[in-house]
Design a protein. Sequence first.
Lengths: 500, 77
Amino acid sequence: MRFITATVLGLVTSSLAAATNLTTPSRLALPADFKPPQVFKNTNLVRNTNLEKGYVRETINVVVENVDKQPQSDYYIPFPDEVFERVGGFEVRDKKAADKGRFVVDTTEAVSVGGQQYFIAHFPEPLAPKSQITLGISYAVLNSLSPRPAFIQQNDKQYLTYTFSAYTPSAYQTITQKTKVKFPSTNVPEYTTTSDLKSGADPERKGATYTYGPYDTAKVSPGTEYPITVRYEFTNPVVTVNLLERDLEVSHWGGNLATEDRYWLRNNGSELSSQFSRVDWTFSSYQRAPTSAVREITYPLKPGSVDPYFIDDIGNVSTSRYRPGNGKSNGLLELKPRYPIFGGWNYSFKVGWNNDLSAFLRQAAGQDSWVLKVPFIQGPKSDEGVQYERVVVRVILPEGAHNVRFQTVEGIASNGLPGANQIHARLSSLKTYMDTLGRTTLTLEVDSITDEARDAQLIVTYDHSFMDALRKPLTFFGGLLSVFVAVWFIGNIDVSIKKR
Amino acid sequence: MSLNEVWEAASASPFQPVVSKDGQFSVGFSLLLLALIFTGLFGLNRSFLSLASLGVPASLLFGFGAVFMICAVGVYV
């Protein structure tokens, strides 16, 4: 009995030790009359706006000069507060030393209601007076494209509008600037032409690229707006994922990495003006005509992925096909939703699959220390892009894993994710099959990202000893042994009626 | 040391499961069968000696057998 008590005590002792490097994003509060100190000057600014996908992708290259007498290191980038929440994957780098990685970026609360909200990029080294630095600022803005007309027929072309300012919003004085807008096609029926901003035609058109500027804005005060509206053809779905929940479950006993992605999807394109016609849909599908509806979702999976499933609220969806990769090439999961997803329509589903754990887990230097490298998100791959309003990734580690640390892998180009200090991370315990304590679960939450984060990798390290692994079999051992002991004990009680 | 360097440094020691996925069913089934036989033998003679000589191994076999069997049927614990 003492042995069992010892076993049970050993099993129940908490191993969910305090983990390191978990972050909770916080925003800096600013005084109501805050204005960024005018210590910089934008000598030259070029903004590239890419409208080829269902979201806006912007890259701003700007030469910044310190006009103050002191070295400065905090560069403010303003956004209206209603846009701020929809800015995703925000990143600032030194354009001339992109391999040194992204700058640390903080966010602020809104200065006032309807006011500006700022990203603050911290230079690794303060910029000396009169010296210059070239910044590469890149981000995506979600849900900023609106369909016009808002209602179309099933086989009509779809058009989107986008409104922006000819003067790039900046907290600092800008000497010269221009904006290049890249459209998905040359079909741009309406766009604003400016008359008094520069001499000559504005915008200048070259294929699907329209260039506004260059403008001489030395005398224009920061924050001045000059609205430009463009309307262009985009006969593709505007795929928006309201919520993606992703579970990555690590099993040492099974040697398996189980992945499940749960999607709540919406098409933000033009809605149907009349009732859906199945006949028209079948005709257009047969001709593979461009459509504003989601017809098919192609989902690349890592080599070696097996046992895929595709389930929605009703049950298994049989209109899917899995092409397993051979050897080193990716597998391809081709999903046809139960119905085409037109503008304003929703569809929720889940997909899941298994992988051998050996490709994703390695034993680190310590005997009981493990390092896991998995894709942060995988998701559909398509020309029209996917925007994710909210992503919750859960890495479910084996029971007893402790000392958990995580990091996203940074390359020389943007990985599509916000900085590490903008990822909300927490550690909890999840009880499921055969668990006594519950499995250590690392939950990462990110808002507003796009399918550019598909290539982002997540690395998690944790400690998990042999004794932690033995918890499951020993629990069952203890349980059955106590049954045997009870049988032996009860069987030996003398209950016979006789004289003692 | 960034975690990516930890990952690169560990390239020589990928994870190796105790029992490969293909072997999980046979291992789990054999262990559970042995556990059942030992349990039956213990049932025939419920003495302290057989508790130690049959009950303990049967419990151990059942513990590991159950873990491999649940993995074999697709619930990777």
